[in-house]
Design a protein around this ligand. Structure first.
Ligand SMILES: NC(=O)c1ccc[n+]([C@@H]2O[C@H](COP(=O)([O-])OP(=O)(O)OC[C@H]3O[C@@H](n4cnc5c(N)ncnc54)[C@H](OP(=O)(O)O)[C@@H]3O)[C@@H](O)[C@H]2O)c1
Length: 227
């Protein structure tokens, strides 16, 4: 067969340049972890809102007195955790995360053991007069505005959510797209901050598992929130 006919565009009914443009857009989305979302009847491309958390087998994200040392015990690399880290453009957390992280875990510099840098937003009713870190912005105007502000700062990458309270508000307002949980197996903490539940706004949430993996003793789970 002549080389010319091998190189010929094989689908006469499809426009070659449009196909190339769509393929290149799809590749760009996959590279950056972006997805197409339906908003106001329009398809828009944006990063996802992802709650990333480590949980004990009995459902706590901290031990008593906000203890987190148990979670740092597992040093094995996790492909799912790396994916989340590499596609996160900004983080939104609550004031309790902030105060504990500043007091015990090196604040913003300690996030993901120092492997991540970026803007962090903290929901609080008590914004400090002099923010201790210029990379941390305190927000007090509600979860929806906070997510919009932090997502804009993520510049098309995903927005990471830290802590149970903030995540619960995202679920309540249908803003959460995914949940990534690392289940630490060796522990039954018995007490601490629960993954979910308690307080107003709690409702049944349907999840669809999209990934399951193991890294050492840890089970990595990824879910899509069914909306
Ligand atoms: N296991 C993990 O992977 C993981 C990950 C992240 C964090 N953590 C831990 O989880 C704990 C924190 O989580 P948490 O759920 O207890 O609390 P949180 O979400 O960090 O903080 C809750 C606080 O944030 C402020 N806040 C929340 N929503 C607000 C809103 N809409 N407007 C204004 N202020 C608002 C309020 O504080 P004020 O009223 O005082 O302003 C509220 O009491 C920490 O111990 C942290 O170390 C664990």
């Amino acid at each position: 067969m002549a080389l010319q006919s091998l190189l010929k565009w094989p689908f006469p009914e499809r426009d070659r340049s449009r196909y190339d443009a769509e393929t290149s857009l799809r590749r760009h989305r996959v590279r950056r972890g972006l997805e197409l979302f339906e908003e106001d009847g329009q398809k828009v491309e944006r990063g996802k809102v992802i709650w990333h958390v480590t949980m004990s087998l009995d459902g706590f994200i901290t031990g008593p007195d906000d203890a987190m040392e148990w979670a740092f015990r597992y040093a094995e690399r996790s492909q799912i955790a790396d994916e989340v880290l590499n596609t996160t453009g900004a983080i939104l957390a609550g004031r309790r995360w902030h105060d504990v992280a500043m007091a015990r875990y090196d604040g913003r510099s300690g996030i993901y053991g120092g492997a991540w840098t970026g803007p962090v937003f903290v929901l609080t009713q008590r914004p400090p007069d002099a923010p201790p870190d210029p990379g941390i912005t305190f927000l007090s105007d509600g979860i929806q505005n906070a997510v919009a502000t932090a997502r804009a700062a993520a510049e098309g990458k995903n927005l990471g959510i830290f802590g149970a309270n903030t995540a619960q508000q995202c679920l309540e307002t249908h803003l959460l797209d995914e949940l990534v949980v690392h289940v630490a197996p060796l522990l039954l903490l018995g007490d601490g901050v629960r993954l979910y539940g308690g307080g107003p706004g709690v409702h049944r949430v349907e999840l669809q598992r999209t990934a399951l993996a193991e890294s050492g003793q840890v089970t990595d789970l990824r879910f899509r929130v069914v909306k």
